[in-house]
Design a protein around this ligand. Sequence first.
Ligand SMILES: [Zn+2]
Length: 338
Amino acid sequence: MPSTRSLTALPKVHVHAHLDGSYPREAVLALARRRGVEVDLPQRSGAFGGPDGWHDVWEFFAAYGRVPALVEDLDDLAELCRALVAQEAAQGVVYLEPAVEPQLYAPRLGSLRDVTRVVLEAFADAATRHGVEVGALVTVNTDQDEAVAGELAAVAVEFAGAGVTAFGTAGFEEPSDLQRFAPHAARARAAGLPVVAHAGQTGGWECVAEAVDVLGATRISHGVRSVENPEFVQRLVEAGVVLDVAPVSNVALGIVPDLAAHPAPVLHRAGVGVTLNADDQLWFGRGVSDQYAVARDVWGFSDADLAAVAGHGLRIEGMSARTRQVFGSGLAAWLEDD
Ligand SMILES: [Zn+2]
């Protein structure tokens, strides 16, 4: 008999979610209406496995940039941040760590520091209201942010322990010269922030290795192409590197042909700490709970498997001891409940 345990009720982390690609659709449409602007957001309600609508990824990224452009002041930004936390709390998220790129709003709306402060305040306010914990992963886009990377690291360090929980890199094209960002990553690590790097999405396992070796990354956003080298997968297991994978996103952007072919089950069974994430719910139309539905419906994960995958979230460094405890007992309760 198929399980009827609720995947929304399954306690989970959501730690690979880009702020600007994850705002709730209704909140973005409401903002656009206030601005008198038409914004063309994809409506994706069909079956899993075939999100489409873009000619190529560049068309996708062009559309993506229109959302931050709608934000005209820091109050708008705070409102979207609060709406995001509410959306995630409703999906059973106990710990949310959005990837925040204040450089998408600064200097237009204020300094990097001011923008970051407003985002952190909005997160903290909404976290209290919705009973979840929220950290921020301050993120450098390796394609375009080299000039501000040092300043972003300084902001991350300033707010370490006061809302910022990690420092990271993103970028669709994976550069081979991560050395450029190594001093900034080292500075963040010295302040106690884990480094979380995008790698192994368009680039191969060597890009994941470089992120680990050069940036000292302990978590990888995506990392799915690690599967191409079983020896390297073993190294990830031994080093305890967590892969924050995003199955629906990978299909939408053509990284894997379909959900059935996604490497997450292989990685999970090899012993890698895999978390499931939406990446950009606003664009791919699927939230974090939906990724667990993929694991159940497409990969045939049992409820014990689902709880084990959700349980990899206990390894996320930024989470407080209190949340970790509530999360751990919530997972056990979910499995016991029938
Ligand atoms: Zn991502």
